[in-house]
Ligand binder design. Structure first.
Ligand SMILES: Nc1ncnc2c1ncn2[C@@H]1O[C@H](COP(=O)(O)OP(=O)(O)O)[C@@H](O)[C@H]1O
Ligand SMILES: [Mg+2]
Length: 288
């Protein structure tokens, strides 16, 4: 179910004193199986952009095409779209409201008129996918830690079993352990075939997860490409006050000192391998 935003512009409160152009001529395409990252400074239009992907906002200009059909105002088509493209808002735990975790995760599927058995299967699958232990299901979501509440909220969207999952800043405010395990779970969902879109300011999360990145600045696409293409544009990223991951910075410095490491190293383990290979290469050279 490819999603294409074609020259999308969006203005909040047009014709009022609060008029604000949040997106200008943004073109983005998401293919099946992609893990697309969206980064950019606060206020650059990231949340506005993703809300166009499941028909929560409609372009002021340009169009959004999902699976070949332009997103419009037809109510049935919109309901189908929102079922297939799940949205996890920023701080989704603020929207939990049921008495038990089970009921919160089951809320969406219940509205799909599924039988009890199918609902139960989905609740179990969704809670396992985000690493919630089974004994939590009967508890109140309000007794849980912030990280667990976040997982409950994500599980509620997963239980709809759409084919695309959009996450707006899913790791913000989590401690490093909570963050690392959520990152692992998101990666596993994508590897199992789910198309993912993630908004984040964390370039470290981007490095671990996404295959393609769109960088927004003041509502425009400032950079776009594979993760490797984008991370090697250091100067452009610096202008936008965005950092590349530390290990990528280390590789760039080493390269500057003449050590022949590749520039597109994203993780610490890749960095260790690249450095070991470069050092081995030097030794082989010296012994020849
Ligand atoms: N409901 C709204 N009404 C008016 N302006 C808004 C509204 N929501 C967001 N904006 C403005 O639109 C711009 C983009 O916002 P947003 O998409 O939330 O950015 P980001 O998610 O990158 O921080 C910001 O300048 C923000 O102040
Ligand atoms: Mg935002």
């Amino acid at each position: 179910m490819p999603i294409a935003l074609e020259n999308v512009s969006y203005t909040y409160a047009p014709g009022t004193p609060w008029e604000h152009v949040a997106l200008s001529e943004v073109t983005v395409r998401i293919e099946d199986g992609d893990f697309l990252g969206i980064v950019g400074p606060t206020g650059s239009g990231k949340s506005t952009l993703v809300q166009h992907m499941n028909g929560l906002l409609f372009p002021s200009d340009g169009r959004v095409v999902v699976d070949g059909d332009e997103v419009g105002s037809d109510r049935k088509a919109l309901r189908d779209l929102r079922r297939k493209v799940g949205m996890v808002f920023q701080y989704p735990e603020h929207q939990l409201f049921e008495e038990t975790v089970w009921a919160d995760i089951a809320f969406g599927p219940k509205n799909l008129d599924l039988d009890e058995e199918e609902i139960a299967r989905r609740v179990r699958w969704a809670s396992e996918s985000v690493g919630l232990p089974e004994d939590i299901l009967e508890r109140s979501p309000f007794e849980l830690s912030g990280g667990q509440m976040r997982r409950v909220a994500i599980a509620g969207v997963l239980a709809m079993q759409g084919s695309v999952l959009i996450l707006d800043e899913p790791t913000s405010g989590l401690d490093p352990r909570g963050r690392a395990s959520l990152v692992e779970q998101l990666r596993a969902l994508n590897q199992a075939g789910m198309t993912m879109v993630m908004v984040s300011h964390s370039m470290e999360d981007m490095a671990l997860l996404v295959n393609r990145i769109v960088v927004l600045s003041e509502g425009r696409v400032a950079l776009a490409g594979t993760k490797r293409e984008v991370f090697t544009q250091l100067e452009a990223l610096e202008t936008l006050s965005l950092d590349v991951p530390r290990v990528t910075q280390v590789m760039l410095r080493l390269r500057g000192e003449g050590v022949p490491v590749p520039l597109d190293v994203m993780t610490v383990n890749e960095g260790i391998d690249a450095l070991a290979a470069a050092l081995r290469g030097e030794k082989d050279h010296a012994s020849q």
